[in-house]
Design a protein around this ligand. Sequence first.
Ligand code: UDP
Ligand code: MG
Length: 309
Amino acid sequence: MIALSIVVPIYNEEDNIELLYQRLISVIEKIGESYELIFVNDGSKDKSIDKLKIKAQENPFVKYIDFSRNFGHQIAVTAGLELSKGESIVIIDGDLQDPPELIEDLYQKKKEGFEVVYARRKKRKGESWLKKFTARVFYRILKNITSIDIPVDTGDFRIIDRKIVEVLREMPEYHRYIRGQISWIGYNQTYVEYERDERNSGVTGYSYSKMFKFALDGITSFSDFPLKLATFLGFIVSIVAFVTLLFALYARYFTSNYEPGWTSIIISILFLGGIQLVSIGIIGEYISRINTQVKRRPLYIVKDTNIEK
Ligand code: UDP
Ligand code: MG
């Protein structure tokens, strides 16, 4: 049995792989347990996979999973977890924003009897204010509208027990929000704090549109709040409409100076139209996720790997 699996999603990280490997190996040597390093190449357009294969030739504990195309970060992590064999499993980014040295602290903390030890960022270096701002706002909204306790300011950098991976396997959802799923699973969870570094080299694989999709996945997977909001708005608008109706009838039959009001009509039409469109959109977001889920397509397609089942 392997003590430690380290899962690294890789998307266009060719210039980071060497340093990443060196830093991972030195922390593993410090820990001194048996290990495997699993790199998941998520359809990189650069030479990442060639570099990974060279590493795998040099070191038999290096495993690679090569996807047929880009499936996205969460799916890459999922594949790594599913094919891992370790008692403890670390999830870490491949761009060195998550310092590999922290794995030692995570591992020690886990030994104190926790199933999940996540790394919570105290600071984020070298990211735009817009990214930090949107992330801050998003995590706080999510915290307020879900019933489970998803920790704020935490990515997927963490160590988890084999038990957690086994439960994740039983959660076949297509739109994955791994950090939320792990919170949902429960057991003893704790955290250590760290300062998030800048990317070593290359550019982010998370465009704002990918981030927005990811945020919607997080919300729709763990909260019905937007649907309830649509219902709530419907009620409020109905109450306002009813009061207006009483007033309009009163003005028509009990006063002499009623005006045919274009303003009030156009405002109510636009207002109602807006609310209806927003509500349909919200329902649509949920339906589209049901749609992808019922197709039951495989989550990812492995083109090549050196992991034996
Ligand atoms: N990544 C991936 N598939 C993608 C985008 C990113 O596997 O479609 C990997 C990437 O190589 C990195 C990690 O996921 O190891 C985090 O991505 P990135 O650093 O681009 O995101 P950011 O840190 O800017 O949020
Ligand atoms: Mg990054």
